[in-house]
Design a protein around this ligand. Structure first.
Ligand code: BTN
Length: 236
């Protein structure tokens, strides 16, 4: 993997987007971002001590696009959990569609974007940072969980190495990955309400599973199952 490192960038995803000669498996790491991007146009508060990186992956496998965010979440969780005591690893969960939580707080966000014939996988992990700006009440870092600092570059290379090692077997191992993602799932046993344009709908849904296509399946009040490719929601 080719690695570029910067003290500051606007967004590591946008850096790779602008690169016209983008190769397969190029990784860019920034110590800080001035315009970190999250899903749905949200900002990603970026500060020193966090792992802020993006890498390019060829978009050449069947159904890769619908699986890649969940796959990345699985890989990130596998790496981060090793830094946490075994008895507390169960608190590290995947929150559909693109977050990793520790208990009720977010430790990682993932933003995958299609750029020409590549997928850009963008990952932000709160590692040694403790200033989360507007997200101060809902974020947490590895430093806060473990009480010690960790090497950011090591964590990034462990994630990209594991991603590349497992990527070719994604379709063969998909059922196992899904089982893992469903087992360590933030939404398990939680009640959800849909949200449209900031307005919360009255109907309550129960989490059922993440399905083969990476969609969120919920159980409605009439015991009907409904699946969503994308959904804005609140957790009760
Ligand atoms: C989200 O939580 O909505 C996704 C956040 C993704 C943040 C990372 S930080 C590195 C990369 N560059 C960006 O601008 N965004 C991603």
């Amino acid at each position: 993997m080719i690695v570029h490192k910067y003290e500051e960038l606007d967004s590591t995803n946008d850096y790779l987007r602008r690169k016209l000669d983008l190769q397969d498996y190029e990784c860019v790491i920034a110590e800080n971002q001035t315009k970190g991007k999250g899903k749905r146009g949200n900002i990603w508060v970026s500060s020193k001590g966090a792992a802020l990186f993006s890498f390019s992956v060829p978009n050449d496998k069947d159904e890769f696009l619908e699986k890649v965010t969940i796959f990345t979440g699985y890989i990130v969780r596998e790496v981060i959990k090793k830094y946490i005591d075994e008895e507390n690893q169960k608190y590290l969960t995947f929150k559909w569609p693109n977050d990793i939580y520790y208990k009720n707080r977010k430790i990682c966000g993932i933003l995958c974007e299609v750029i020409r014939n590549h997928i850009i996988v963008g990952v932000g992990i709160n590692v040694n940072n403790t200033d989360f700006g507007i997200y101060k009440d809902i974020a947490i870092s590895l430093l806060e969980i473990t009480g010690k600092k960790h090497n950011v570059d090591t964590i990034i290379s462990q994630i990209t190495d594991l991603f590349i090692a497992k990527e070719n077997r994604i379709n063969i191992e998909w059922e196992q990955i899904l089982q893992n993602i469903n087992k360590f799932n933030y939404l398990k046993n939680k009640i959800i309400k849909k949200k449209f344009d900031g307005v919360v709908d009255e109907t309550e849904y129960e989490f059922v599973r993440i399905d083969r296509k990476g969609q969120l399946t919920l159980l409605g009040d009439k015991m009907n199952e409904v699946s969503f490719v994308s959904l804005d929601f609140v957790v009760l």
